[in-house]
Design a protein around this ligand. Structure first.
Ligand SMILES: [Zn+2]
Ligand SMILES: [Zn+2]
Length: 150
């Protein structure tokens, strides 16, 4: 994996830049009301990658954090406001807002979560599996508390 060219990403203004040196495990779209606000959009699509494959290459000093809850931090560029990857020291996975990617992640939508919270004005335009809330066994609240206790 290290030999293939990295996937590049950046915020709207280009101050914050990163690279992913590895495969994207999932392309997941969350339709919950929190992602709706955080992304200012009908939903938020993230590319899930291994934290070990993720590196910031520029602009880390511009990253700001909003503590949404005990388990969720939202990060954004202080210059342009783009939502930024959710990198946490306790989590081996990183959720990268897919709109930041400059290159094709190589996979197509793998799932939709919190479809029960989807606003009436929004339509899902692909055939990836849909889940009312979390995917079975993938509850982030449980996962976060388990990982933090280690
Ligand atoms: Zn920016
Ligand atoms: Zn969400």
């Amino acid at each position: 994996m290290k030999s293939s060219p990295p996937l590049r990403g950046r915020c709207l203004c280009g101050a914050v830049r990163f690279e992913i040196h590895g495969a994207v495990a999932e392309l997941s779209t969350c339709h919950c009301s929190e992602c709706r606000k955080a992304y200012g959009a009908a939903s938020g699509t993230v590319a899930i990658v291994a934290r070990d494959d993720f590196t910031y290459t520029d602009g880390e000093a511009r990253i700001r954090r909003y503590r949404q809850s005990d388990r969720v931090n939202r990060y954004f560029c202080s210059d342009c406001g783009s939502p930024l990857p959710m990198v946490e020291e306790w989590d081996p996975l990183v959720g990268v807002p897919a709109g930041l990617l400059e290159d094709d992640p190589g996979i197509r939508m793998t799932n939709h979560i919190f479809v029960a919270s989807k606003p009436a004005w929004s339509e899902i335009g692909d055939s990836a599996p849909q889940h009312a809330e979390w995917r079975p066994g993938e509850d982030m609240n449980e996962r976060a508390s388990e990982l933090k206790e280690r």
